[in-house]
Design a protein around this ligand. Sequence first.
Ligand code: ARG
Length: 454
Amino acid sequence: MAKMWEGVTAGQTDSLADDFNSSISFDKRLYKQDIKGSMAHAAMLASRGIISEEDCRLITSGLEGILTDLESGALAFDLSCEDIHMFVEQVLTERIGEAGKRLHTARSRNDQVALDLRLYLRDETDGITQLIKELMRALAGQAEKHTETIMPGYTHLQRAQPINFAHHLLAYVQMLKRDCGRLSDCRARMNVSPIGSCALAGTTYDTDRAMEAELLGFDGVCANSMDGVSDRDFCLELMSALSIMMMHLSRLSEELILWSSWEFRFVRLSDAFTTGSSIMPQKKNPDMAELIRGKTGRVYGDLAALLTTLKGLPLAYNKDMQEDKEAVFDAVDTAKMCLKVMAPMIDTMTVLPENMLKAAREGFINATDLADYLVRKGMPFRSAYKISGQIVACCTEKGKVLEDLSLEEYKGFSELFGEDLFPEIDIRNCMEKRTSEGGASSASAAKQLKELEI
Ligand code: ARG
């Protein structure tokens, strides 16, 4: 198609250069935001008498028609246009003539692209927040059923102390809650309008930026026109928040992979969220969890790519910035997909409490409680720690657990031991005694659940 600047430059651009320069193949997804932005712009121009009411009416109904036709499929994107902004303006002008040519008064594509992206990502941020909440609900739903399900809590992937499964899941709920907080912070800074910054220096027309911002649901306007067109912090902040969120999903995925292995057997993932092997008939592979873990790197990559793109750019707009979209779209699409899969995968997983309990019984995870018992009888903690270590070593040698030794055997290590020891090292008691705020008792898990606002 003919270039807008034809007549200004003498030569034709090479078709390779056109393809290289074009962004419509990926920015076409901004069509709705671009059209809404243009409607607001026309309304503002008319309110200031910069265009006539009649032109505004023609532009608005023309844009409405384009929106309807794009959505019904009656109008296809013309991929020979450089970008979505050029495409919409071109179709509008084809359809309504002269009035269409007045729309681009007092604006530039530089502020259009910044505007469209903010509008688009604002909605995506809200959508992602809802998806996170769904995952939180899925985790809380499982947690509700398992406040009394004992399992070993780990450090260094070594069995450490008794916890319940709900407590473990609720740790992830806290992470996701912070993720929602980060998204909401990021949304607040994102929600200011760059439109009216124009190419970089504002405009000589008597525009009403506040009106345009209000029509589009922004909380205010960017205070500096150069910043308005060159700022992509809102993309970076969103991608940072998504990277952290993906790191959380990846850690959860890693646990699901471990827990569903034959080595642990703590959970069984539903057939709907696992795959078989093409050669080994016995296999049930946690592909979805592995892919979420894998895609985490991809979202970090998107963030790193845009940070790197922006780091050397002089103000204001540079074409390098066109690279923002594929990175941020990919991060958004990937994060959404992962959240959409993770929630039902958690929802449908079968928990195997027997196996968790068995692992809890075998790992000397009551050894801290044994030491604490001696401390309560008056022994300094370090000495109690040492004796408890010796008892664990003795048990390991005999193939026993702490609960198996007789009082006689205990007395061989310290005269302080009495019959009241046994309830103190009972695994369930050990878990239930952890009543400190945020601790691992089932009462604490129940309280965490109760206080949860999703
Ligand atoms: N397609 C461009 C982008 O995505 C829109 C802004 C172009 N501005 C310009 N002066 N070339 O960044």
